[in-house]
Ligand binder design. Sequence first.
Ligand code: ADP
Length: 640
Amino acid sequence: MFNIYLEELLEAMQNVFFFIDNFWNIIYVSRNIKKILGYTPSDVVGNNIVDYIYKDDLKKTFSEIMYAIQTRESKRVECRVRIKTGNFVWVEAIFSPFFDQEGNLSGLYGVLRDIEDRKKIIKEKDKNIEKFKAIIESTKGGICVHDDKNILEMNSLFKKMFRIEGEQCAAEKILDFTRNNLKDPDTFFNRLEGIFKSKGIRNGRLETKDGKVYEYYTKMIYKDKHVYGRIWQIFDVTAQVKYEEKLKKKEEQYRKFFELMPDPIIVHKNGLILYANRAAEEIVKVENLVGRSMLDFLHDDFKKIVMERVKETYENGVTLPWLEEKIIDMDGNIIDVEVAATPVDLDGEIVSLVVIRDLRQKKELERNRMILNEAMELERVRSEFFANISHELRTPLNVILGAVQLMQIYINNEDIKTQEKLSKYVKMMKQNCYRLLRLVNNLIDITKIDSGYFEIHPQNVDIIKLAENIVSSVVDYVERFGLKIFFKTDRKERVIAVDPDKIERILLNLISNAIKFTDAGGSIFVNISNDEKYVKISVKDTGIGIPKEKLGLIFDRFRQVDKSLSRNHEGSGIGLSLVKALVEMHDGEIAATSEEGEGSEFTVILPAKTIETKDISLVDRSITNGYVERINIEFSDIYS
Ligand code: ADP
């Protein structure tokens, strides 16, 4: 009854129950041996336990058994036993000796438990501990783990830092060391209270009297949700601190260097100014540029191109070459500058370092030089003009004088030949008087225009008719030089407000030039084309043309393409500048195109506007006497 009960109990406990005699032979074993070792009881009963115990564990097992017998107490032993498959598993066996009435040993009974899993876990744990130890040994910092009384773990680096030999009284030694060797232990101990209370990571620096600097990181550690202790990680940052100090000094030097640079320097990120030296703040007259946008000081004309350049610095990481820009200071003054930029890595962030050169002085010099050059050029042109004008004045005067002298000789002679000669001289004198008159007129007009006294008197005029009349009235003259003149218009009538006298001078001037610079056999075309807003009058010839490089100069006063006094053509160089001034007084424009050897074309564009009046003046210029005179005057330069 008891046996069955015990058997059930042992089964329930999942332990194997056994008896051995004092020669270690198995007398009894419970059935559940099968679960652990794979045997049935009949497989093992009668055999000696020595057959089952792993040979390396025999000594240990039997010494425990002997100890149990001696002390008459139960003894526990862990050993490996062979299972049915032939392999060995870890078991825990408890041996309890039992004795007969005389006190002699009868045998031992025991309990057997499979501890394979537990062994595995312990093995893993040992491995983990080893791993943990290896890790904390190999970290660059000193590590110490403690609870509220004792040091639980330290790596050798920590021991070295706090001069601890052996593990004993480590906590006290650490405190002693801290108290005696820190430069300012009080501050640290004051801080310590807070550290112990805090749950997060705390860190700080400790400086020792011998110049070492340690940086600590400390944190509570938990086990099963309860505070287990605290871990400290301590790094020797002495070298780093020294390096930082050096760097700081260097930085200070650089800062000074930048500050004292005479050229403005800024550092910006996407236009936002992060740093500006004194020169930069001075040039725009702002006390502190940091935080301001670079664009605030940039002239509108340059905003787009500068933003593109900024983008380029970031995207391609390239140094941008010098670019002339204009910036605006706080008083609104525009300053000419030259700017170069380069990308710089500032703590992993790419920013732009911009160097600015103040060009004011350089520009001023350039401007002065230009003014000087212009003045010199003006002086040169002026002297040329005076040489020219004296020639222009002297030639007709000489001709007139010569003619007068000859006339004096023939004055009393009445024969026909003499009469013919006399009329030729009168003609010569007349033409040269016209030339002088034209020159004087032009000079007077130019002077009037310059001084603002020249006025135009616009009236509504049929410009087509006006131009046509002018052209037909010069046909004779043109043909006299072996040239043809053609007039073409895309409209029959167009009334616009102009000063007819001035239009006449414009056209006569252009036609007289066309005659002057076109050899016999050539043609002159006067074309009018209209559109909604403008009337275009062009005078085109098939003459010698104007060299490309001179085309831009012909409207300048006193300019002539061929300046030598021995040139083929007469003229003062005033004509086209006067024409231009007259066109511009009508709010119009004049332009010239030319191909050397092929001909030239002068195009006058007049705005098609009218003034408010009912009258349309349609003066037929060809019939007035004064008109012939005017043609004579305008064409007086041309010699047949
Ligand atoms: P100028 O009184 O000397 O003719 P202009 O001002 O009328 O002065 O003309 C300036 C110069 O432009 C001329 O000297 C000549 O060299 C050039 N020029 C003007 N018109 C023509 C043209 N139709 N063909 C070629 N050259 C021309």
